[in-house]
Design a protein around this ligand. Structure first.
Ligand code: AHM
Ligand code: MG
Length: 354
């Protein structure tokens, strides 16, 4: 974590050459995300001061301004920043049931990128002044340019991502992202409104001592997860591990990447596939994890290789330091029947649509 005066804007431009035949489209897109992040950050920082932001959407705050819930505000801000600047041809958001096609009003040539976004992840934490985040994921469209986007453009496996990142609105606000050439973190100087490169080349320690899982759901967990948790708690070698769970994926991930750890959201709780969304949460975090030398799986297979069947599909998520995820796999592999067949899921989904 060296001192650096390189700004995010400069970094984006300096690294544009990582992409052969770059036209600057991705740079413009990342710059729009940066702008939206600053706007959302301002609003997040007023949380508590402007108390009605947590109230009904129609309420006025103490300054007499109409206020919106923070997650609605964040969703609208990102969508606006991306559509008005015409830097994408389509957006899918965790907050919206359907994807949003973007039509060009100004550019004859509309961007070839689609963005998938979780505008305010862990938003229930906002009520108690605990860190929340934004997660984004960028793909090249697969349908021909110049035609309206289709579902196919969004239902791509995570290994096709061009870029992904998150923003953590914590003690300081950080934007962390990858374009497939490592992971870099930028910290916002709130006085200047500028992100500076503060964490170049972020990497997961190979081993760790932190496990992050909502143990309140223990009785519902698959046996492999229960066994692994018992292993983490055993007094042997360098164990027991420390348990840390914020309930805000971005913060749990961020801490584990810096210190070494594993995050698990298994199946068997709120849904048979866990809680987290493949497209808005697991794929972008999985891409970042791998780029930082960590791993992201569903307990059996690589997250980035899953062929998605639905915009809001959920998957179990095991993510973190390589040796910890591998150890968890050893326990999971004893219960092969718990493995999910995603091709079968897709077949069922498609046959249901006919
Ligand atoms: P959200 O997208 O509705 O905010 O849910 C995602 C969040 C993650 O940030 C967090 O890790 C998880 O849900 C916590 O869930 P739980 O309260 O079930 O442990
Ligand atoms: Mg979320």
């Amino acid at each position: 974590m060296g001192k650096s005066y390189q700004t995010l804007g400069e970094f984006i431009i300096d690294n544009q050459g990582d992409f052969k035949y770059s036209t600057g489209e991705l740079s413009r897109l990342l710059s729009s995300i940066r702008l939206a992040t600053k706007i959302v950050n301002q609003q997040v920082n007023k949380n508590g001061l402007v108390e009605d932001i947590l109230g009904d959407m129609d309420e006025e705050n103490i300054q007499g301004e109409k206020q919106k819930k923070l997650d609605v505000f964040a969703n609208e801000t990102f969508i606006k920043a991306l559509t008005q600047r015409e830097v994408v041809c389509g957006i899918a958001s965790e907050e919206n049931e359907f994807f949003i096609p973007v039509e060009s009003k100004h550019n004859s040539h509309l961007s070839k990128y689609v963005v998938l976004i979780d505008p305010l992840d862990g938003s229930s934490n906002a009520d108690v002044n605990v860190t929340v985040g934004t997660i984004f994921s960028i793909y090249r469209r697969v349908t021909p340019e110049g035609t309206p986007v289709t579902l196919e453009d969004f239902l791509q496996p995570g290994n096709k991502q061009v870029a992904a990142g998150y923003v953590v609105y914590g003690l300081s606000t950080m934007l962390v992202y990858t374009t497939g050439h490592g992971v870099n973190g930028f910290t916002l100087d709130p006085a200047l409104g500028i992100f500076y490169l503060s964490h170049p080349n972020m990497t997961y320690p190979k081993d760790g001592h932190i496990y992050s899982v909502n143990e309140g759901n223990y009785v519902h967990f698959p046996q492999g997860v229960k066994d692994y948790i018992k292993y983490c708690q055993k007094s042997e070698d360098d164990r027991p591990y420390t348990s840390r769970y914020i309930g805000s994926l971005v913060s749990d991930f961020h801490r584990n990447m810096l210190k070494g750890g594993i995050y698990i959201y298994p199946s068997g709780t709120t849904s048979p596939y866990g809680k987290l969304r493949l497209l808005y949460e697991c794929n972008p975090m999985g891409f970042l994890a791998e780029q930082a030398g960590g791993m992201a799986t569903d307990g059996y297979q690589r997250i980035l290789d899953i062929d998605p069947s639905d915009l809001h599909q959920r998957v179990p998520f095991f993510c973190g330091s390589e040796n910890m995820v591998k150890k968890a796999h050893e326990f999971m592999s004893k219960y092969p029947d718990d493995q999910i067949d995603y091709d079968e899921l897709k077949r069922i989904k498609l046959s249901g649509e006919k």
